[in-house]
Design a binder for this molecule. Structure first.
Ligand SMILES: [Zn+2]
Ligand SMILES: [Zn+2]
Length: 837
């Protein structure tokens, strides 16, 4: 018998599968299309780490399973190579990103091949390929024409280290100490700048993005993350009259029920109202305060633990509910995020306002019952007090009635706000698709533009796409207002599409998240004759999209997953497709840690799959990774564990190659376990419970080893179960079965194209055992239980206690006598249980 040698059989089968295009569906004629997609990887030059392989293997098993169930599975792969991630790496090693990309690409595809995943190798794509980013630019143009692109001055996130703007989603969120407000890529603290940038109007889709979450089949925690990010809040816009003036300041509040408790008013240092409200005698102090607060970061300003500071403007506004004047303060715990940067201060019911009021001795008037507002703000629910005719109303009802009451006087209206803001897509970097816009000074001066509100700006005509990224030797970021492309003098000079005069190209590139927001639309079209004419060919798209199964990381909930949903909705509205959610099902996998710690480059514990593939083979690594725990929970990678999995695959090898365990007929004692294993593995893969599927196969191999034979057909069935997990080993053994003549006909094709084995329900059903139940040695009942469970005390005890004939004697159970818990439980496996009271 030959030894199990993955080093020989794995490359051999990989070559054959690829040559025979085993995993390449017929894109036009497929009858049962199933689009199985794994999240777009952005590998660095060091290549895939074991965390990537974990995700890909889990997705691959699912795809292989579906293929064997008779679907035409399309499982493409590609590379997200544009963007800050790759560019920062190139900067670090002092190489040109285009050169790094070449190397990365080669290494990446080599590694993927070695993992044995069943990819449609004819359909690969890379985001930096002009054939691809031509269409990324086309999308920008389409959105512009649809009125979904805006150029506006707005507070944007700016990373001083990456020297570029970032979208809100690329700034690490609050919640984890020490990282809030930092750049997602380099962890530098992000600054707020007031700058003119390109935005996609994703906020127009906020309600739809939220509503559809009710029906799409996604992991619940990812839905929750999206809901929070969209952050819908209902409330009211309330106007505060400035004392002795006709001007009114609108504020948004989610708690109009607390308005009687508004004892002061706060504006942000950046607010346009500062100028109007500061009286001459307070000017000096206010200016001094603003100067100091400008030096603070947003994180510093809004941290709940930070001491609140502020300064009085000298002005008052009128509380519209009480009619009393309240002082206006400038305080930097208020941020100029939305609207006017003004809030009403309700110290009794908002902790930050409470801190502020305590420090500056402002009145604290409780208007909602509950808590002790002299000690802390009461942010809970309750009935209204100190609120005139609204006293006694529950707070929610009061909020509505107060809004209505103020609305009658024109001082309030209901309003819905979202945390989601428009997507800032400009980047002052080099390594991305140039934004396909042209600016003409002449047209700007004449007030002419493709859009009225944007004089001077024109989209690049679609026939002239792509706008190729020019090769720049010095591609380093230079800071705001100086994108690297501004140096490409010849490239940026272009004639105006409107007047023909000398104009210039936009020198910014688009956000890398735009590249990945639509890649799955492109995959099926690649290789089609229409690929040059369409971003995604309508007929092919109709056949294959939306994606049937999408597997990826939960950490992309508010980035990629939100953006790709938005882009899909836009495509629908443009009449390009007839669905509006890109993924029928999204499954979030867990994360892999190594030897108990999070993998990170700085800790030096990043596990690269290559060395393990060399040592044990890809099949062993695949099975080991999937055995670490439930797929949605991840697991801890340990060197010791992987050897155990290698021994398991060896055991399988020896059973099949030994020649004694496979015969003409399956032994009766193996029939029942085999069909149970088929049922278990089938159900487990369906639910992506790969670890328990592997455990079931291990158990079966033990039983088979202990005695009995399988028929050739049944031996083949077991290999089919193994095939998604250990595809090379299963294929090799499948073909070795041909030495049995009757088998020859069926094994001409790959095991991965065989139908998934079926179990016989009759053989799965288990015999029932009868257990006698006694209380103090007297027979009180009998229970029936599956025979395997009849040997497990916990299972039997649970069932016996639930039997009303028995329960009435036991304390703590329905109808049981008080004070008589069983002192002892005597258990005879499979026969008897006796509760001794
Ligand atoms: Zn950064
Ligand atoms: Zn012009």
């Amino acid at each position: 018998m030959k030894n199990y040698s993955p080093w020989e059989i794995e490359p051999k089968w990989q070559k054959i599968w690829r040559k025979k295009k085993i995993f390449q569906p017929d894109m036009r004629r497929a009858k049962k299309p199933f689009y199985n997609l794994m999240m777009f990887p952005y590998p660095s030059a060091e290549g895939l780490h074991v965390g990537n392989m974990y995700a890909f293997t889990g997705a691959d098993i699912y795809g292989r399973f579906k293929r064997m169930q008779g679907f035409d599975v399309f499982q493409p792969i590609g590379l997200d190579g544009f963007g800050i991630h790759s560019e920062n790496y190139a900067l670090k090693i002092g190489e040109h990103p285009a050169k790094v990309a070449q190397r990365t690409e080669k290494n990446f595809y080599r590694q993927l091949q070695a993992t044995g995943n069943a990819y449609a190798w004819e359909n690969t794509l890379e985001t930096y390929d002009p054939d691809y980013y031509r269409w990324t630019q086309w999308i920008f143009v389409k959105l512009f024409k649809a009125g979904l692109v805006e150029r506006k001055k707005a507070p944007v996130n700016f990373c001083p280290s990456c020297k570029t703007t970032l979208s809100d989603e690329q700034v690490l969120p609050a919640g984890r100490q020490g990282i809030a407000g930092r750049c997602e890529r380099c962890k530098t603290e992000v600054e707020k700048k007031h700058l003119e940038q390109w935005f996609f109007k994703i906020t127009k889709y906020a309600e739809r993005l939220l509503k559809n979450l009710e029906w799409i089949d996604w992991s619940e925690r990812t839905k929750i993350a999206q809901r929070n990010w969209i952050g819908r809040s209902e409330g009211a816009q309330i106007k505060f009259q400035i004392l002795n003036s006709k001007l009114q300041i609108p504020v948004f509040t989610t708690r109009p029920d607390t308005i009687f408790g508004a004892t002061f008013f706060v504006i942000a240092p950046e607010s346009e109202w500062v100028e109007k409200l500061t009286t001459p005698e307070n000017r000096l102090q206010v200016e001094k305060y603003i100067k100091i607060s400008k030096k603070k970061s947003e994180v510093e300003r809004t941290a709940p633990t930070k001491e609140k500071t502020g300064v009085f403007t000298g002005s008052y506004v009128v509380n519209p509910a009480t009619g009393k004047p309240i002082p206006v303060w400038v305080a930097d715990y208020v941020i100029l995020e939305y609207g006017t940067g003004a809030v009403m201060g309700v110290p009794a019911h908002d902790q930050r306002d409470w801190d502020f009021a305590k420090k500056y001795n402002l009145p604290i008037i409780p208007v909602i019952e509950g808590g002790d507002v002299q000690k802390a703000a009461w942010e809970g629910e309750g009935t209204l007090i100190n609120s005139g005719k609204f006293n006694g109303l529950p707070w929610k009802k009061a909020a509505e009635e107060i809004t209505r009451w103020l609305a009658k006087r024109g001082l309030a209206k209901k309003e819905v706000r979202y945390h989601l803001r428009d997507w800032c897509v400009s980047r002052q970097r080099y390594w991305g698709p140039p934004i396909p816009m042209i600016y003409c000074q002449h047209c700007a001066q004449n007030g002419v533009g493709e859009k009225k509100e944007l004089p001077g700006w024109f989209t690049v005509p679609e026939s002239e796409l792509p706008v190729l990224l020019p090769y720049l030797k010095n591609y380093q970021p230079r800071g705001f207002g100086k994108p690297p492309l501004a140096q490409a003098k010849r490239w940026l000079s272009v004639s105006c599409p409107h007047c023909g005069r000398k104009a210039r190209r936009e020198v910014e590139v688009s956000d890398t998240f735009l590249d990945s927001a639509w890649y799955f639309f492109r995959y099926p079209t690649i290789g089609q004759p229409s690929a040059q004419k369409f971003a995604f060919y309508p007929q092919i798209t109709k056949k294959w999209l939306p994606v049937d199964m999408y597997i990826g990381g939960h950490e992309h909930a508010c980035l990629h997953l939100m953006y790709s949903r938005f882009i899909t909705m836009v495509f629908k509205d443009l009449g390009l497709i007839d669905f509006e959610e890109p993924y029928k099902r999204f499954y979030a996998h867990g994360l892999i840690i190594a030897e108990g710690a999070k993998m990170s480059k700085s800790k030096g514990n990043v596990v690269i799959p290559d060395e393990y593939i060399e040592k044990f083979g890809a099949d062993t690594l695949r099975c080991y990774l999937m055995f670490l725990g439930p797929f949605d929970q991840g697991g801890d990678f340990r060197d010791r564990g992987i050897a155990g999995m290698y021994r398991f695959l060896n055991r399988i090898w020896r059973i099949y190659q030994g020649g004694k365990k496979i015969g003409s007929k399956t032994s009766p004692e193996l029939l029942h376990p085999l069909h149970q294993t088929i049922q278990k593995v089938t159900n487990d893969i369906n639910n992506l419970r790969y670890n328990t599927a592997i455990a079931a196969m291990m158990e079966f191999i033990n039983q088979w080893n202990n005695g009995g034979q399988l028929s050739k057909a049944d031996a083949g069935s077991f290999l089919k179960l193994l095939a998604p997990f250990a595809p090379h080993l299963a294929e090799e053994l499948w073909h070795s079965l041909t030495k049995f003549p009757t088998w020859e006909k069926m094994s001409k094709t790959s095991i991965h194209l065989q139908p998934w084995p079926k179990y016989d329900p009759k053989l799965v059903e288990e015999e029932e055992a009868t257990i006698v139940v006694q209380v103090n040695g007297k027979v009180r009942g009998q229970i029936k239980i599956q025979s395997t469970k009849s040997k497990i005390q916990n299972e039997v005890e649970k069932l016996a206690k639930a039997d009303p004939r028995v329960a009435k004697y036991l304390a703590g159970h329905a109808g049981g006598r008080a004070g008589k818990p069983p002192k002892k439980v005597i258990f005879v496996p499979g026969k008897l249980i006796n509760f001794v009271l």
